[in-house]
Ligand binder design. Structure first.
Ligand SMILES: [Zn+2]
Length: 140
């Protein structure tokens, strides 16, 4: 299976998709059937940016039992490049090194394992953007 086909067949919940109001242009995540700003029901799906910045975060030390193998874990409020705010787990990081303004990117990860059959549910999480030329100063 080709990579683009694979991605097209991933259900909505695995993608970073929000709702855009056709009346006022506001964008929301998670998706909403009605615009909280203007009350319109004329909503369309919009693909959200996979990059953003950390606004705030918290370290969860008492996880629900089905996420027990992940604890402690970090939940962050992330402002995407398109201005949408998303609440998501932040992975691949040392909580002590997280700070507001840190650049993050979305990555597809295992969310949890269901039942004795071990059905694995995937979804997006965010991780710090790796900068190979860190400390190099300005520019990319
Ligand atoms: Zn609206």
């Amino acid at each position: 299976m080709s990579v683009p086909k694979f991605w097209r067949e991933i259900p909505h919940k695995y993608r970073l998709v929000g709702s855009r109001c056709r009346s006022c242009g506001a964008i929301y995540h998670p998706r909403r059937p009605i615009c909280p700003r203007c009350g319109s029901r004329d909503m369309e799906d919009v693909k959200l940016s996979h990059r953003g910045r950390l606004l705030a975060f918290t370290v969860i030390r008492r996880a629900p039992s089905d996420m027990a193998d992940l604890r402690p874990y970090v939940v962050g409020l992330i402002e995407l490049e398109d201005g949408v705010k998303v609440l998501s787990q932040v992975v691949d990081c040392d909580p002590a090194e997280l700070k507001p303004g840190l650049e993050l990117e979305a990555t597809l990860r295992r969310i949890r394992v269901h039942g004795p059959a071990g059905v694995i549910e995937y979804g997006y999480k965010f991780r710090p953007v790796i900068k190979w030329e860190a400390e190099a100063g300005e520019g990319q």
